[in-house]
Write a protein of this length. Structure first.
Length: 447
């Protein structure tokens, strides 16, 4: 089967067999290989951020003051018209962030490059933070800050509950030691509880004790407070709300819609929905496939791209079986490289995030940063990020037909309205910069 017919089979004829799928994946891999010179740009990204961050922040702040204020709800965060505040330097503070997920998630590196003096902040375990703090006792003391992000690595690899309990107790003991020595603890809560945690009771107890120890608890939205408090208590006087920044300029974005669609075998007239991310049950993959099937009976020109790495309990082939009798789906069951994201988003009219639970808005902001409107349920932070009819569609998560109605509504929009939503997608997140997040997290702690 030639390349053109293969793409047609993938998109117009339903889910293709394994041999054809392997061939299609080889085509995509070849495209990535042909861009090797451009992917070298990724390795130099931090240096690029260093050169551009001051100008980007100035421009986004100016644009955000004019446009963002009129499209978002009030947040107890930094004032939109506030001048940049000085961040700590290595002479006054040392920030240890844990765990270090920088190789897979740009969140921590993007905070790091916001600092003029990047030696101020870096990865470090609680043991390393305690050792660094103790080493400076009796000398000119810097403020040591332990910034905890995800908690899953603390107990997730325990072989049983007893070991998980012991690991929890050991971590909390060290956290208290760090504070008793004068350390400052910040906790950014990315998830109320870890996804598919094997030790939920232990993790709730761990989270409760971390919250009691933390000097500052960072959430990305006011709506997240209630979601978290359904799992464990939070001392509200220590909570700071700072929105999740955008990903504009973080990933390659030079491919046109026409080029992306041609590569994926999509027609210019198709209305394309996409889901990008790890494939897990709570992300609503199966309901999305069923909703797409129903809407496609009325709108045969709609297409759906599902791209991501299956995660337990899903394995390769799980989603393929779900989609086996549904035409119009392109399925890529593997992790996309950073360079491939633009091909999926730029081929799409809408990104769809049909999650059954969610706390932060990173996935939505990723799509919005590619100027793509997002279809989301009315859960967690999502309605504070996605505004119905402005930069996406928000559907009622309490009714079974909510998702299919949202897809139907999107498929029925005139082309001019879809184009307008793309424009406002970018405008809606332009003021959400990493520099502002860093200022809100660390300014005033040291020096």
């Amino acid at each position: 089967m030639d390349d053109l017919n293969l793409r047609k089979a993938a998109v117009h004829g339903g889910v293709i067999d394994q041999a054809q799928l392997a061939t299609l994946e080889t085509r995509i891999s070849e495209v990535a290989a042909q861009q090797q010179v451009l992917t070298d740009f990724q390795a130099e990204m931090v240096q690029l951020f260093k050169l551009l961050r001051t100008e980007q922040t100035r421009c986004f702040d100016a644009l955000g003051d004019a446009q963002h204020a009129g499209t978002t709800s009030a947040r107890p965060a930094l004032p939109q018209d506030a001048a940049p505040m000085p961040l700590p330097t290595s002479s006054t503070a040392r920030i240890h962030f844990f765990p270090d997920y920088g190789s897979a998630n740009p969140y921590q590196p993007l905070i790091q490059v916001s600092f003029p003096d990047e030696s101020t902040i870096g990865p470090g375990t609680i043991d390393q933070a305690i050792a660094a703090l103790r080493a400076e006792r009796g000398s000119v003391r810097r403020k040591h800050i332990f910034h905890l992000h995800w908690t899953n690595t603390i107990i997730a690899y325990a072989p049983n509950y007893a070991t998980a309990e012991a690991l929890k107790d050991a971590f909390i003991s060290k956290l208290r030691t760090f504070r008793s020595l004068g350390g400052f603890v910040i906790w950014t809560i990315h998830n109320a509880l870890s996804h598919e945690s094997p030790y939920l009771a232990v993790e709730r107890a761990l989270s409760t004790e971390i919250a009691a120890c933390a000097d500052r608890i960072h959430l990305h939205s006011a709506g997240a407070i209630q979601v978290v408090q359904e799992e464990f208590p939070l001392p509200e006087d220590r909570i700071v709300i700072l929105p999740h920044p955008n990903y504009v300029g973080v990933y390659q974005n030079f491919v046109s819609e026409a080029t992306a669609r041609a590569r994926l075998g999509l027609a210019a007239s198709d209305i394309v929905f996409s889901f990008v991310g790890m494939l897990r049950p709570y992300k609503g993959i199966e309901p999305l496939i069923e909703a797409f099937r129903l809407v496609r009976m009325k709108h045969p020109s709609i297409r759906l791209i599902i791209a991501g790495q299956p995660m337990p309990p899903y394995v390769p082939g799980t989603v393929a079986r779900m989609a086996s009798n549904v035409p119009g789906i392109t399925l890529i069951e593997r992790r996309l490289s950073d360079a491939e994201l633009q091909w999926i988003f730029n081929a799409s009219d809408f990104a769809v995030l049909p999650y059954s639970r969610i706390l932060t808005s990173g996935s939505a902001l990723n799509a919005l940063s590619f100027s793509r409107p997002v279809i989301v349920p009315d859960l967690g932070v999502l309605p504070e990020t996605v505004h119905d009819g402005v930069n996406g569609i928000v559907y009622d998560s309490t009714i079974p037909a909510g998702l299919s109605k949202a897809l139907e509504r999107a498929a029925s929009l005139p082309a001019a309205e879809r184009h307008r939503m793309r424009q406002t997608a970018m405008e809606s997140i332009s003021g959400l910069t990493w520099r502002r997040l860093a200022e809100g997290l660390y300014t005033g702690i040291a020096g």
